[in-house]
Design a protein around this ligand. Structure first.
Ligand SMILES: CC(C)(COP(=O)(O)OP(=O)(O)OC[C@H]1O[C@@H](n2cnc3c(N)ncnc32)[C@H](O)[C@@H]1OP(=O)(O)O)[C@@H](O)C(=O)NCCC(=O)NCCS
Length: 180
């Protein structure tokens, strides 16, 4: 008699936790971001110069991001290991309550099990708690980005009509209004 999990029910969910990185987490933040640009460079609009700057960032620069009062860096952990990342930044210079999300990434071993959705939902929740009203992110136009595109659409992000070009690649933005 096959077990329920073999029939596709009760599929085991990975035990993951989401946290806002503190200064002492800077090495985990660095590790997971470097993994993201190594494994999925196509997901991020990086030209060779951007890539070089990120790879050779000094330790103090990783720490500076974590010290920025307008930034929340979300780490997704499986046990102690950092397995996912999302960076959020308040941009009051553009508009009060306007936030950007960058560098969304989940390690390949955890994909397709709800980790990315959990990470993004938590990030949106915390942005709202901080008074966020509108959230923007960029997404590359290449077909490999359909998992990310679907994820953002599922969470209520709406795709822009305008297409931009950065580092010779097409990208567009997606936007979500955070309701009271
Ligand atoms: C995009 C990414 C973060 C998604 O993480 P994930 O943990 O696999 O996503 P989840 O399992 O939580 O899936 C949530 C939703 O995303 C979409 N999705 C995820 N994987 C998908 C796939 N392979 N194909 C199509 N849609 C997919 C679905 O809408 C899914 O909801 P559903 O399960 O109800 O269908 C992950 O694929 C990733 O890190 N990719 C490489 C980096 C990247 O592209 N970053 C985004 C930069 S903008």
């Amino acid at each position: 008699m096959p077990s329920e999990s073999l029939q596709g029910k009760n599929i085991e969910q990975p035990k993951v936790a989401i946290e806002i990185a503190k200064l002492e987490d800077w090495e985990d933040y660095k590790k997971i971001r470097l993994e993201a640009i190594e494994k999925n460079p196509e997901a991020f609009a990086l030209d060779p110069e951007n890539l070089r700057q990120e790879i050779y960032k000094r330790d103090r620069q990783w720490k500076e991001t974590l010290k920025d009062p307008n930034v929340m860096v979300f780490l997704l952990r499986e046990g102690k290991d950092a397995k996912g990342l999302a960076i959020t930044k308040h941009k009051p210079d553009i508009e009060e309550g306007f936030w950007r999300i960058y560098h969304v990434y989940v390690s390949a071993s955890l994909r397709g099990k709800g980790a990315g959705e959990k990470l993004m939902t938590e990030a949106l929740e915390k942005i709202k708690e901080r008074g966020g009203k509108k959230v923007w992110l960029n997404i590359m136009g290449n077909p490999e980005q359909s998992p990310a595109r679907n994820l953002y659409q599922k969470l209520g992000f709406i795709k822009s009509k305008e297409v931009y070009e950065k580092s010779g690649k097409k990208l567009y933005f997606m936007q979500k209004e955070l309701k009271e």
